[in-house]
Design a protein around this ligand. Structure first.
Ligand SMILES: NC(=O)c1ccc[n+]([C@@H]2O[C@H](COP(=O)([O-])OP(=O)(O)OC[C@H]3O[C@@H](n4cnc5c(N)ncnc54)[C@H](OP(=O)(O)O)[C@@H]3O)[C@@H](O)[C@H]2O)c1
Length: 248
């Protein structure tokens, strides 16, 4: 629950826009920020997923839902041709046409993991992987694959490394507005649901690759995002939360 304490009240009445807030990492951040007293604007491409996410948060925090707002804004960040207009409309809605200041923007929007052997990589595939994660302005989600590539992960590795560069560049360009990135290891989210019957075995194998012998949960990674929102002295930084996978 939000409180009046010096540390626990840092997000009280702050307004947080979360791109990709309907599931996975973004939903975890949404829950954490709401619990700490923030107003939320959740964005994803699917209105019914957004509505379900809003309902889950209101059900989990009924008392706070009476005082704090949650707005759901559907926007397709993969539609690069219309991205400027899409983001402009999103920001207008998120700020009530400029009347409400946004304190933080979190981006964890991503449209599925596309792996490809080197010989099959083409421009279309590169753009598909990068559009939602990187091209959409303020895309700040990231991953350990930027530093620890696997076979067939070249395009994703490029995207992860580019996000780190983007956050450092934006931290300089937008100062004193702060810009940071989070580099997660493997986090058990809806991202992996497409693995269907192979999901459990794949997740166990990934957990075995970590030092802590488990995968991250959205509520674990939410701490990294909340920390970056609360520490007004951190900018141009990358927070790693990966179960020690880089040391194995
Ligand atoms: N989970 C991990 O282990 C992990 C590790 C490192 C990095 N990452 C990266 O972090 C990001 C989030 O991962 P996650 O696990 O949270 O995935 P997720 O559960 O699948 O969430 C992805 C979010 O992005 C939204 N989204 C997808 N396509 C979109 C579009 N065209 N426009 C706007 N929003 C869109 C989704 O909502 P809709 O479907 O409603 O659009 C959803 O809210 C991804 O880029 C992923 O590659 C994940």
């Amino acid at each position: 629950m939000s409180s009046t304490g010096k540390h626990s009240s840092k997000l009280a009445n702050q307004r947080v826009l979360i791109l990709g807030g309907s599931s996975g990492l973004g939903f975890g951040v949404a829950e954490a920020a709401f619990e700490l007293g923030a107003h939320l604007v959740l964005c994803s491409s699917n209105q019914s997923k957004l509505d379900a996410a809003v309902a889950r948060i209101k059900e989990a925090y009924p008392t706070q839902a009476e005082k704090q707002s949650i707005i759901a804004c559907a926007a397709d960040l993969s539609d690069v041709a219309n991205l400027d207009a899409t983001l402009e409309a999103l920001l207008q809605k998120a700020t009530n046409n400029g009347a409400n200041k946004l304190n933080h923007i979190v981006s964890s929007a991503g449209d599925g993991v596309v792996l490809s052997p080197l010989e099959k990589i083409n421009a279309q595939l590169i753009y598909k992987v990068m559009n939602v994660r990187l091209v959409a302005p303020a895309t700040m989600a990231n991953g350990v694959r930027g530093r620890q590539p696997l076979r067939d992960w070249s395009v994703i590795t490029t995207t992860c490394a580019a996000i780190e560069g983007l956050s450092r560049g934006l931290a300089l360009d937008l100062a004193p507005i702060r810009v940071n990135a989070v580099a997660p290891g493997v986090v058990d989210t809806e991202l992996f649901d497409s693995l269907a019957d192979e999901r459990d075995a794949a997740m166990q194998a990934l957990a075995n690759d970590t030092l802590v012998e488990t995968l991250g949960r959205p509520e674990d990674l939410a701490e990294s995002y909340v920390y970056l929102m609360k520490d007004r002295f951190v900018t141009g930084s990358v927070i790693e939360s990966n179960g020690g996978v880089l040391l194995k």
